[in-house]
Each structure stands twice: as structure tokens, then as C-alpha cells.
Design a protein around this ligand. Structure first.
Ligand SMILES: [Fe+2]
Ligand SMILES: [Fe+2]
Length: 305
């Protein structure tokens, strides 16, 4: 069933926090592990506008369905960060715009280059890039939903459950949009299927890992997904990814989690994959180069016809 975009944009909104009993955290604080995970989650949610910057320089910005969704998506994710920050502050932790500024400044040169290489690569690829973007988004939203679910289960704190349950309901709508768009776009283009498989297999990494220190990602993945229940949740995400056209058998999330020492090691499918931002830049350059050459060839073939 197609995603109801008018229905979504008319009902998207700030996650409700006004009725949360933040004093309950003074009586029964969350564990230190949960607070460390929440910090990571808040950093990722607050970084959404930067992810938005990186995709608005790609062909995704030409599709009004995508931009209608993304306008509301960024708004809702912003408030997820704010809501989690209120829980951190209730525990006496610093959670303000100075912290967000520190996270952004820590990204350094790679952050400044990201919109440039992403724009070159994605525009050279053309509309099939949007299928990659939607596939990537679906995997990340499924992952976020599972991470919040795990934290709810581990803490069993009524106020945290209330807040994260509401955030999860919004993540469910995000993942429904991305997954329906990905399915549709992958179904109609063999090139998009090959590209989405190739790009995600090599470059997809667990949510937040590109902006956080390795030890933070490792901690969060081990804490939230490192036990049997976590492994089952990760397998479930991979099963959903495998149902997308052309994405069968990748085990991306299981392998991504295992790369950080959480979960069970999964057999490699043989492709060179994953890596540092340097490899991502190199990969983007390769994709851009190949697509650029193909475009020039098509143009010169057209002019000769
Ligand atoms: Fe979120
Ligand atoms: Fe989301």
C-alpha cells in the first residue's frame, strides 16, 4: 500500500513531552548505561538536519513527495533530540546547544566534504540515487526503532517507556515512508537495485557510527543489541531488508553490528565492504567517475545518432 503523504504531513508534529513526569527520574534514575545510550541517541537525532543537508544536494530534492516527507521528518527528529535532552537534564547532565555545537565541530573536514562528494556522485548517478537514499533511510529507521525498543525493555521505567514509545510510533511512520519508496523505486529499475545493493553492502554502517567515536558506537551496540533479544531484533531488521527488491541475503545489519564487536559474526558474502569515511569518499568518487563516463558516452552516442 502506498504511503499516505498528505495524511503524514498533516499529522506530523512535536513528540509530546509536556505530560512527562521528569521528577520520577530523581526518585528512580535510569542506569548509567541507559544515559550513555540516550546521549548517543540524542546526538544522532540532533544531527538530522546535517543528514538533511547532505541529501538535499542530491536528486532527492527534485521529488516533491520526498521533500514533503523530509521537511516533516527533520522536524520530528529535531524534537526527538530535544525530548531525550530533557531526560538527560533531569539526571543533571549537560544537554544543550553548546553540546550539539561540539558534536558538529568534532566532525571536521569529512563533514565539510560530505555534501560536495555526495552531490557529485549522486547527481552523476541521477534518479536511481533516490532509491539508494530511500533504502538507506529504511534500514536506519528500522534500526532506530529497534534500539528504542531495546532500551524500553532494559530499563522498564514508566516515564522512559512513555517517551520512547511515542518516539517509536513516529519512527514507524518514517520507516513506512522509506520502505514503501525503496520498494517501489527498486522494483522499477534494475540499475537502482544493483546500485543500492552495491552501495549499502560496502558503505552502510550502524546508525550514528559516522558521527560518534568508535567506542561509543561499540558501547551502544553491545548494550542494546549484544544479547539474545538484541540479536533476534537485528536478524528481524535484516529479514525486512532482504524483502526489498535486490537486497536479498545481505545480512547488512548483522554484519554492521558484528563489526563493532556486538552480536554474532556473520559470514561475509565476499564483496569488499564497509569502512572508514575515507573509503566512502573513495567509493563515491569511483561511482561519480563511472557514472560521469557513462553519461558522456551516452551523450556522444546521442550526438552521433
Ligand atoms: Fe528519531
Ligand atoms: Fe526517524
Amino acid at each position: 500500500m502506498a504511503f499516505d503523504i498528505p495524511g503524514y504531513i498533516n499529522t506530523a508534529g512535536r513528540v509530546q513531552v509536556d505530560d512527562l513526569d521528569l521528577d520520577a527520574f530523581a526518585e528512580r534514575p535510569l542506569s548509567a548505561e541507559a544515559l550513555r545510550c540516550l546521549r548517543y541517541m540524542s546526538d544522532v537525532e540532533s544531527h538530522t538536519v546535517c543528514y538533511l543537508r547532505d541529501v538535499l544536494v542530491t536528486p532527492s530534492h527534485r521529488d516533491p513527495d520526498v521533500t514533503a516527507f523530509m521537511s516533516m521528518w527533520a522536524f520530528e527528529e529535531f524534537w526527538h533530540g530535544e525530548a531525550i535532552d530533557s531526560v538527560l537534564r533531569a539526571h543533571g547532565q549537560k544537554a544543550d546547544y553548546d553540546h550539539i555545537r561540539e558534536v558538529r565541530e568534532a566532525q571536521g573536514l569529512k563533514d565539510r566534504l560530505a555534501p560536495i562528494y555526495q552531490s557529485i556522485a549522486a547527481n552523476a548517478i541521477g534518479d536511481d540515487f533516490v532509491a539508494v537514499h530511500m533504502t538507506w533511510g529504511a534500514i536506519n529507521e528500522w534500526s532506530a526503532h529497534a534500539a528504542y525498543g531495546s532500551l524500553i525493555e532494559k530499563e522498564q521505567h514508566p516515564e522512559l517507556t512513555k517517551l520512547l514509545g511515542r518516539i517509536q510510533r513516529q519512527e514507524s511512520r518514517h520507516l513506512a515512508f522509506y520502505a514503501s519508496q525503496a520498494k517501489e523505486r527498486l522494483e522499477r529499475s534494475q540499475r537502482a537495485r544493483s546500485l543500492a545493493r552495491w552501495v549499502t553492502e560496502r558503505f552502510w554502517q550502524p546508525v550514528g557510527s559516522t558521527i560518534q567515536p568508535v567506542e561509543e558506537t561499540r558501547f551502544v551496540l553491545r548494550h542494546l543489541l549484544g544479547d539474545d533479544a538484541g540479536a533476534a531484533a537485528v536478524r528481524k531488521i535484516d529479514e525486512k531488508v532482504h524483502k526489498l527488491p535486490g537486497m536479498e541475503g545481505l545480512n547488512l545489519v548483522q554484519r554492521g553490528v558484528a563489526d563493532f564487536g556486538a552480536g554474532v559474526p556473520v559470514a561475509d558474502t565476499g564483496a569488499g565492504r564497509r569502512g572508514s569515511r575515507k573509503r566512502l569518499i573513495a567509493g563515491a568518487a569511483v561511482v561519480a567517475g563511472a557514472a560521469g563516463i557513462a553519461a558522456v558516452r551516452r551523450r556522444s552516442a546521442g550526438s552521433q545518432a
